[in-house]
Ligand binder design. Structure first.
Ligand SMILES: Cc1cc2nc3c(=O)[nH]c(=O)nc-3n(C[C@H](O)[C@H](O)[C@H](O)COP(=O)(O)OP(=O)(O)OC[C@H]3O[C@@H](n4cnc5c(N)ncnc54)[C@H](O)[C@@H]3O)c2cc1C
Length: 965
């Protein structure tokens, strides 16, 4: 047990605790702050982001209103870096009582809050998306605040005055005698040891957990934790804080915060601040209330939902709703209240009033300890220490980051593209800040907070953490898993539309290509974020709210030439189908809105994870493999192998056995048919290998790969090269490397750099970027120069090996007379007598009609964008508007863990098909006689989970194409 002592121990690293620590330290008291996780782990890191003007409380809670306004003015002065002066509107919508407005104006006047009416025309000029039927709008001095940054700045200021800030220190119990509190016993979660802290005073600033802390000292505090749920829209749809002009209630504020806008909140009493969930009705309420402020709100892309608990307190037991409990703050002196000296509890209040709460608390501490020192926190500006010493004010604003990146021309050095978190900042945060987890980096730099929710930056940040801090690889692995699960928990409540598709892409990256589910080590650490309680059941409607979007038909302005077969979708399934139809000289057109999942996958052909196909077919009667049959699978496999071999890109493997290849995480990944460029990486034989990467290429960290292989008893060394050619480049992406590898000069430079550094390796692994068109020649040339077999390791998208497969098929189709049109989105069809007559596409504002004898739907599922799920829970095929069956109980759609061992049920949705692969209606009859579905749009199974993504596309595309030929 470690022992330390101080004058004052502050419990809680939220706004209040960091504020108290700063104030006490500035007054010269020896102060220690303990926080059970990272700073802002509690409510401060999960709030709404509003610097209140006080306007919200003027009618119902005038004291809280006055406190807010006074502090609003001070905070703007002392922390300009963490506050954005957005201003605020209070708007009267048709759903609000007009009689409230005069009370609101009078309340503002009495609280001294400046307010002015804004003409509706002016309001719409400033915020064009606001509902034009708003009748009144009042301007107040609201703002938006960055609570992560503010708490860090307070902590930094406290440190500068010699305070000690101990994160990941959880108070287990308060130490006390009969009448005196003497300190606390903590658990240091990083070192996993007890820490005994003695102090003259303890300040309980544990927010909604204040009751639990007091209870450990035998004192009862009646906290009323009030849970509030918020949802972030993926872009900043307003630049002003928008409040409804009415008594505070649910879902009545929209706050612009950095790159997003946040709608909130609810307020529900919960019995335990550590156990609460996000309920579907709360999300629905946010969307419905958002719609009243901004028409069309439902259709915006929601990024994430989260919930925090208000630290509300009332001395007498409250019987009303939480909205009736005052937001004014409370300081409890336990010597007066409970006869126990040495303990103060500061609670309730708002983020906006944290500084005043700290001042009052520090005054009391000084009075108790007989110290004469006055508060200076309102006079001294907080230090401008952010993630790096030279950061300009407002560094956290995207525009400022963009300005910096443009100034430094550091476009190619982004770790998190969504939030523009650059390499130098991440490195600085890892080396200089109190970082223990990837989530700590998120709080410091907004890593993973944008639309992809960590899909791309998790691997990069983990690689940097591993390289710079040298933890054991098992620690890095669990940091990755913790972060993936933390990001998942906030997406779960809002998985529909584009964000659902994003989640599926993240699954492709982590479950499939990187096989993160098999990372060595434990599945979660004690530093992992807590999960929300599972939501209660809610049944969704299986009928659309309005007309299904894609079946609206219209007169096309142009018709294309009639073809025998029209394939819709250019992923592997669509391309294979088109290639097969062309074998018999038929006229084929392929139209697609993009290039499909081949561009994102591993570039291998996965058939099945670990089971024999015969057994699998016997056990799964309606699976596409069973419908297609073993013979078709063998033929498809062989034909594709022949095609790739004739294109100079041989694929190795046989149906009965899987290769075991390393991934860019150093996990082992089974695959059936692998390009020659990857084959030497086969881990079924254990010969030692050297894993080589490049300092400038942030998608591949050789040490992470090698150490994970070592952890699985596969001998591997690593080497990161810093080549002059790459130093001179601003962008070093997979595509840039692929093109460089095709130049002899680069290969020579590489071989020279590797000479004498191969150690005992008998093979060399590179990221999968060994050329786009000449990869085999590149590989063979490298082998000749290095004298050892060389292989590629797949990683983050875009997938160079996947693009190679795409190119082989596209060229073959064009060579056989087929035509491929990209950028055309099919959005409806015309039918008669049970047959499709034509489908319609839209591009560049031109509508085209495409007629054919037969149509092949190869649009992909949720991943490929062929299936869309609305927020109301209606699932539909995006090309033709066909309904997709779905589990009606929303709570059963997903598992609690992202890397779940069983498929997420929602991710198995798709078309039910006949033995001829015709989509069937709910009665089991073909929807259209001449429509077929192949690949990812088929339902009833999860190809990412089975490891059958490419196999299903290959065999179904092959079979349907062959039959139509
Ligand atoms: C949904 C919602 C929206 C809100 N929106 C706004 C807003 O827009 N504007 C505004 O001004 N206010 C807002 N508030 C209120 C505001 O967020 C809180 O009043 C404020 O953040 C509370 O800060 P705190 O430091 O007192 O508590 P917290 O931030 O909760 O800090 C307490 C800390 O104590 C730590 N702790 C708990 N137990 C232990 C232990 N055993 N050992 C060590 N540490 C421990 C916790 O981990 C936590 O970090 C909102 C609150 C909610 C719930």
């Amino acid at each position: 047990m470690r022992r330390i002592s101080c004058d004052v121990l502050v419990i809680g690293g939220g706004a209040t605790g960091t504020g108290v620590a700063r104030d006490l330290a500035m007054r010269g008291l020896v102060t220690i702050l303990v926080e059970r996780r990272d700073l802002t782990h509690g409510t401060t890191g999960r709030y709404h982001g509003l610097l209140h003007s006080g306007g919200r409380y003027v009618v119902k809670d005038p004291q809280a209103a006055r406190e807010c306004y006074e502090e609003n003015l001070i905070l703007r002065r002392i922390m300009p870096h963490s506050i954005e002066d957005t201003g605020g509107f209070f708007v009267l919508t048709p759903w609000d009582d007009p009689a409230y407005a005069p009370h609101f104006l009078e309340g503002c006047r009495q609280a001294g809050i400046p307010v002015e009416e804004v003409p509706i025309r002016q309001m719409l000029k400033e915020e064009p998306l606001l509902n034009p039927s708003i009748t009144h709008c009042f301007r107040v001095p609201d703002g938006a605040a960055d609570s992560f940054l503010a708490a860090n700045l307070n902590a930094e200021s406290a440190r500068q005055h010699d305070a000690e800030i101990l994160t990941y220190h959880e108070v287990l119990r308060i130490l006390r005698t009969d009448t005196q509190v003497t300190g606390a016993v903590c658990h240091d979660l990083i070192k996993d040891e007890e820490v005994h802290i003695t102090s003259s005073m303890v300040v309980n600033a544990a927010g909604a957990w204040a009751g639990k802390i007091a209870a450990s000292a035998g004192i009862t505090i009646q906290m009323i934790p009030g849970k509030g749920t918020m949802v972030a829209v993926n872009r900043r749809i307003v630049n002003t804080v928008i409040n409804r002009c009415k008594l505070p209630s649910d879902g009545d504020i929209l706050v612009p915060a950095h790159t997003v806008a946040v709608m909130g909140t609810t307020d529900i009493k919960v019995s335990d601040p550590d156990r609460f969930g996000i309920e579907p009705w709360e999300l629905r309420l946010m969307l419905d209330e958002g719609e009243k402020l901004i028409p069309g709100f439902h259709s915006f892309r929601m990024l994430r939902a989260w919930a925090g608990v208000r630290p509300l307190f009332q001395e007498t037991v409250s019987t009303g709703t939480n909205r009736d409990v005052t937001r004014a703050f409370v300081l409890l002196d336990h010597s007066q209240r409970d006869g126990v000296d040495g303990l103060l509890t500061i609670t309730s209040g708002k983020w906006t009033t944290y500084r005043k709460m700290a001042e009052v608390t520090a005054d009391k501490v000084c009075e108790k300890l007989g110290i004469r020192a006055v508060c200076r926190t309102h006079l001294e500006v907080l230090p401008n220490q952010t993630t790096k010493p030279s950061s300009p004010p407002h560094y956290h604003h995207l525009g400022t980051r963009l300005g910096e990146i443009e100034h430094q021309q550091a476009y190619g050095k982004l770790v998190c593209e969504c939030e523009l978190a650059a390499l130098a900042d991440i490195e600085h945060a890892i080396l200089q800040n109190d970082i223990h987890t990837l989530d700590d980096i998120r709080r410091d730099l907004r890593l993973g907070m944008g639309p992809c929710q960590g899909g791309f930056c998790t691997l990069r940040a983990a690689g940097l953490l591993h390289t710079l801090r040298h933890p054991s690889v098992l620690e890095t692995n669990v940091a990755i898993r913790d972060f993936l699960e933390e990001r998942w928990k906030g997406q779960l409540p809002i998985l529909w539309g584009q964000q659902l598709r994003q989640a599926r892409l993240n699954e492709l990256i982590f479950k499939d290509v990187l096989n993160a589910g098999s990372l060595p080590g434990v599945s979660a650490s004690r530093l992992a974020a807590e999960r929300y309680a599972p939501p209660t059941s809610e049944h969704v409607s299986t009928t659309p709210a309005g007309p299904p979007a894609a079946i609206v038909s219209y007169a096309a302005s142009q018709s294309t030439a009639r073809s025998d077969v029209l394939v819709i979708g250019a992923g592997l399934a669509g391309l294979v189908a088109a290639w097969q139809v062309l074998q018999n000289g038929k006229k084929v057109r392929l139209i697609a809105k993009g290039w499909g999942a081949t561009y994102w996958g591993s570039g291998c052909i996965d058939i099945l994870k670990d089971q024999s196909i015969d057994d699998f077919i016997a056990a799964n009667p309606s699976h596409p493999y069973t419908l297609a049959g073993m013979t078709a699978l063998e033929q498809a496999f062989k034909s594709f192998q022949e095609l790739c071999a004739s294109a100079g890109y041989p694929l190795f493997g046989s149906l009965g056995e899987n290769y075991l290849l390393p991934t860019a995480l150093g996990t082992l990944r089974p695959s059936c048919l692998v390009p020659e460029t990857m084959a030497a990486g086969d881990l079924r034989q254990h010969s030692p290998m050297l894993i080589v990467g490049f300092s400038q290429y942030l998608d591949f960290f050789p040490a992470l790969v090698a150490e994970n292989l070592n952890a699985q008893s596969i001998f591997a060394n690593d080497l990161t090269l810093d080549l002059p050619t790459l130093q001179a480049r601003k962008f070093v992406t997979g595509m840039v490397l692929a093109r460089l590898f095709e130049t002899p000069a680069f290969r020579l430079e590489l071989a020279d750099a590797l000479r004498g550094r191969l150690g005992s390796a008998t093979r060399i692994g590179f990221p999968a970027v060994l050329g786009l068109n000449e990869s085999l020649a590149v590989k063979r040339d490298l082998e000749e120069r290095l004298g050892l077999p060389v292989f590629e390791i797949p990683g983050l998208p875009p997938s160079i090996p996947g693009i190679r497969l795409h190119n082989i098929l596209s060229k073959e189709i064009e060579k056989s007379g087929g035509r491929i049109f990209n950028g055309l989105q099919v959005d409806g069809c015309e039918s008669a007598a049970g047959r499709i007559q034509a489908v319609f596409s839209e591009a560049a504002a031109r509508h085209k009609s495409h007629a054919a004898e037969a149509y092949v739907l190869a649009t992909g599922g949720l991943l490929g964008g062929g299936i869309h799920l609305t927020s109301a829970g209606y699932a539909q095929d995006t090309a033709l508007g066909l309904p997709i069956p779905i589990l009606t109980d929303r709570s059963s759609w997903h598992h609690e863990t992202f890397l779940s061992h069983t498929p997420h049920p929602l991710h198995c949705i798709g078309h039910t098909v006949s033995t001829s692969f015709q989509p069937l209606d709910s009665q089991g009859a073909p929807i259209y006689e001449n429509l077929y579905a192949v690949g990812g749009c088929l339902g009833g199974f999860d190809p990412l989970h089975e490891c059958s993504l490419e196999g299903i596309s290959l065999v179904t595309g092959y079979l349907v194409g062959k039959r139509l030929a």
